[in-house]
Design a protein around this ligand. Structure first.
Ligand code: NI
Length: 173
């Protein structure tokens, strides 16, 4: 089998990004193939995380790799936060669905998440720093939430206008 092609990534303010994802019922070959396609898409786009929602697939499935070498793939299926630190920090975030936009979002500095891995085994992931931020960001996607929703309505509207114009320009070319 050849390597799958990258999937198209939905762009804010596409209404499909607001869809709330359903739990994965069983981790089977269909899910494993989707995981592989999501990793191809994420690495191709040079992202550190991708939620299924972003490729218009509405099941609770996330792929992440925050390593410099791009060799530490992490799969989270049906993730649930079991603990989040009270300590929060504001850090700059970006998103493959909001290209070219970076802004500050406040998140817990550490989280503990329970999820299934790509074999359907339950695991607990303890994360801090960039990984903790990434997990919270991707889990928001599964709830239909994009990081720009943490920004002021004025900023969000400016981003919406800018991205809609960029999408129209791209369609014209
Ligand atoms: Ni994102």
């Amino acid at each position: 089998m050849s390597k799958p092609e990258p999937l198209p990534i939905l762009c804010f303010p596409d209404p499909r990004l607001r869809t709330v994802a359903q739990p994965v019922a069983v981790v089977d070959e269909r899910i494993q193939q989707q995981i592989e396609r999501m990793f191809v898409t994420m690495y191709d786009a040079k992202g550190i995380g991708l939620a299924a929602t972003q490729v218009d697939w509405h099941e609770r499935l996330i792929v992440i790799d925050v390593s410099e070498e791009r060799n530490e793939p992490l799969v989270l299926i049906n993730p649930e936060v079991v603990w989040a630190s009270d300590e929060k920090r504001k850090g700059e975030e970006g998103c493959l669905s909001v290209p070219g936009i970076y802004d500050g979002v406040e998140r817990s500095v550490a989280v503990k998440v329970r999820a299934l891995d790509e074999k359907g085994q339950s695991r607990t992931v303890e994360a801090e720093g960039l990984l903790a931020v990434c997990i919270q960001h991707e889990m928001d996607h599964l709830m239909g939430k994009v990081f720009v929703e943490y920004l002021s309505p004025l900023k969000r509207d400016r981003i919406k206008t800018k991205l809609l114009k960029a999408q129209r320009d791209a369609e014209r070319d």
